[in-house]
Structure formats: C-alpha cells, structure tokens
Design a protein. Structure first.
Ligand code: IMP
Length: 212
C-alpha cells in the first residue's frame, strides 16, 4: 500500500483536548514540524457525529485541514471495557459530562463493572483505542489505528496522564497509565516499540507518512 508522504512545514493538531494535544506534540517532537493546535488557531470543534473512531477522526482532521489550509492530524480515541460490551468506547469523553469530570466517569465504569459482578482480574479486561487521521487541504486522508490491552483497576492510581489513565494497567506493566511518566506511557522511541494506543497509532503513521 502506498501512503502520501507529509512534507515538512506547518501541521495542525486537530484537537481541543489538552491531554491529547500534549501527547501528540511529544510524539511529533523528533520530526521538526511547525506544530499548532486547533485551539490556538481558534478553529471550531466539529460535532463528532460518526459511529466509529475512524469516522470521527476523519471528520475532525478534514474539518481542520480545510479550515486552516494546512495538513491536520486528528485523534479519536476511547476506553473500551470488555464486560461493558466495549463502553464507554466512542462516548468516552461524553461519560465525563460537560465539566469533564473523569473521577465521575471512572466511578461510573467501576459501578457498572460491580453490577456485572466483574471482580476478578480476568473479568476486568479492557483497553484503549486510538485512531489517527492525517488530512490534507485537498481532502486526501490516511488513517492509522493503535490499541493497548490490560486490566481495569480500582481504586484509580496516579495523577499523571489524563482521562481514564488512572484506572488502566497495561499488560506486562505494574503501573497504571496514571502512574507513568509520558515517555513510559508512549513507550516509544525510534528504536523501541510503542506501548500506548496513541503511540502505536503514531508509530504506524510515522512509518507510513514521515519515514516512507
Ligand atoms: P474524543 O476522541 O475526543 O472523543 O475523546 C476521547 C476520550 O477518550 C478522552 O476524552 C478520554 O476520556 C479518553 N481517552 C482517550 N485516550 C486516552 C488516554 O490516553 N488516556 C486516558 N483517557 C483517554
């Protein structure tokens, strides 16, 4: 499969979520783009009307690329709990309500797991999904998905990261994402495989569009 290569220059990070923007800027750092976020450009936040991560990533990236006249990279992501049939999934941000109250959203996940009797680690499985979409102003897009699996822990642990990070412990690690420094959560350098869903999607994006 041939991917379109992204030329050096201005790149818009098509997100208004501070946690995501920070992580994407960290991942882009070695590539020397002139990175600006959709928030800094005062771009409107499109309504996420898609029913898949891919559709929502694409609509955010295309809207930002067309509005700014520059290539734009969007991330649509979520926390998917197996015993809850993949919820909150694409509605992960909405579970936190207008105040973005993730302590409440995490409690809600835990209450639903308790209602299902999901008490042993084997029943408390889940993970994060991230889909990155790069769009050019002419409407061309490239899409990449990353996933990470692990255990849903309670009570939440750690103050680092954002969103549902404190209640997720990736397989093969002792710490939750909320207890990890950014480098450990990304788990990725040019020589190491990625750990987080976002870094895994980014690694595929970098290989296809930045190093191709
Ligand atoms: P959206 O992609 O803007 O719909 O929002 C995704 C939501 O999923 C975020 O607001 C977080 O709640 C959650 N999420 C996505 N990625 C992560 C992550 O890396 N850590 C914790 N929560 C995340």
């Amino acid at each position: 499969m041939r991917y379109r290569t992204l030329d050096p220059g201005r790149l818009v990070v098509a997100s208004h979520n501070k946690g995501k923007v920070r992580e994407i800027i960290e991942l882009l750092e070695p590539y020397g783009f002139d990175v600006v976020s959709a928030g800094e450009l005062n771009l409107p936040e499109p309504e996420e009307t898609g029913t898949t991560f891919e559709a929502n990533a694409e609509l955010k990236a295309v809207a930002a690329a067309k509005a700014s006249g520059h290539p734009a990279l969007a991330d649509d992501s979520g926390f998917c709990v197996a015993a809850l049939d993949g919820a909150p999934g694409i509605y992960s941000a909405r579970w936190a309500g207008p105040d973005k109250d993730f302590a409440m959203a995490m409690r809600n996940v835990e209450e639903k797991l308790q209602e299902k009797g999901a008490v042993d680690p084997a029943a408390r499985r889940g993970g994060f999904v991230a889909v990155l979409c790069l769009a050019w102003p002419d409407g061309h897009t490239e899409v990449f998905r990353g996933e990470v699996e692990g255990e849903i822990v309670w009570p939440p642990r750690g103050e680092k990261g954002f969103g549902y990070d404190p209640m997720f412990r990736p397989d093969g690690h002792e710490r939750t994402f909320g207890e990890m420094e950014p480098e450990e959560k990304h788990g990725w350098s040019r020589t190491q495989p990625a750990l987080s869903h976002r870094a895994r999607a980014f690694q595929a994006f970098a290989k296809a569009c930045l190093e191709g």
